[in-house]
Ligand binder design. Structure first.
Ligand SMILES: Nc1nc2c(ncn2[C@@H]2O[C@H](COP(=O)(O)OP(=O)(O)OP(=O)(O)O)[C@@H](O)[C@H]2O)c(=O)[nH]1
Length: 297
């Protein structure tokens, strides 16, 4: 695998209240479906959403799970956790606000960023704004609320101003070598990608409730003529994590399996039959030997 020559590399978090367009923007920035990266990611405290390498710059987008969940009432508690965990030592924060719309939810989030530097204000969905001049007072108001490092209006859908945003981010990333291999997605063996896709689905759905996370191991992989048969095992730390994963009437697991199956099929360009089992392996995270069994070094 080729290691790109990178002179700047750092972590970026994309935050904002629900529905402001964070996912659309992140996906537009890092390209298609690249939520999977090299295992090196495990050496950081961040959950990596995707990596973009642009010339000599590497942008590592981290997941901010609390912002992505839709549990209304638990929002406050979650935001606190997000600030302390996901935003801890990221290099740049993209604070996304819908152009022209400011709500108490936005203010609440902004308050949590109080002591941070390198916060870039991103005005999203500018394609739905009639006149850009009408945004001036809006921007002026926000600039009075927080010392943003930069203000960049973008349209993720129309791919407007994305390079400008990346330039602003890049200039604030620390100098350093690439942390990830270039083109990690195409270089990884498909089994590993499949396991990561399942892990991603689990994390998205119940990540907040699984304190020690989980690991996914592909136990069987059979390439039949017209489809691939995959059997995966999700290993959790405690017996009490099993019902969390399953959800009421197995609904969580069903959804995880369905979504993962669809994406694995897309990746392979072939129908997939996916079975997922749950195993409890107590304390696996602490035992070196079992870590090695599971493919972690
Ligand atoms: N017109 C327009 N709509 C956009 C743009 N970006 C996102 N949207 C729409 O805004 C809605 C929310 O977008 P998401 O990317 O899911 O927003 P999010 O902030 O990730 O939402 P949560 O997952 O709820 O936190 C979707 O209907 C998008 O299609 C944009 O650049 N222009």
């Amino acid at each position: 695998m080729t290691q790109p020559e990178v002179t700047r590399c750092g972590f970026i978090a994309v935050v904002g209240r629900p529905n402001v367009g964070k996912s659309t923007l992140t996906n537009a920035l890092i390209g298609a479906k690249i939520s999977i990266v090299s295992r090196k990611a495990q050496t950081t405290r961040h959950r990596i959403h995707g990596v973009l390498t642009r010339g000599a710059e590497q942008f590592v987008f981290v997941d901010t799970p609390g912002f992505q969940t839709r549990h209304g009432g638990a929002m406050n508690k979650m935001m606190n956790r997000v600030v302390t965990q996901a935003l801890a030592d990221v290099d740049v924060i993209l604070f996304v606000v819908e152009a022209g719309k400011w709500t108490p939810g936005d203010q609440q989030l902004l308050d949590m960023l109080r002591d941070r530097t390198n916060v870039i204000l991103v005005l999203s969905k500018i394609d739905s704004i009639k006149s850009r001049e009408s945004l001036f007072p809006f921007v002026a108001d926000l600039a009075g609320r927080f010392p943003f490092a930069a203000v960049v209006p973008v349209s993720a859908v129309k791919r407007e101003q994305l390079d400008v945003l990346l330039d602003e981010v890049a200039s604030r990333l620390p100098e350093g070598e690439a942390m990830f291999e270039e083109d990690a997605l195409t270089d990884r063996p498909v089994r590993f990608l499949a396991a990561e896709l399942i892990r991603e689905k689990i994390f998205r759905l119940v990540g907040d409730e699984l304190p020690y996370g989980c690991t996914v191991v592909i136990e069987q992989w059979e390439e039949a003529p017209a489809r691939v048969l995959v059997s995966a095992c999700v290993i959790v730390e405690r017996e009490s994590h099993r019902p969390i994963l399953l959800g009421a009437k197995g609904m969580h697991m069903k959804r995880i399996a369905t979504e993962a199956r669809q994406e694995i099929a897309q990746l392979l360009d072939m129908p997939v039959h996916l079975e997922i089992y749950i195993k409890v392996r107590k304390g696996w995270a602490d035992r070196e030997a079992s870590l090695r069994d599971l493919g972690y070094e």
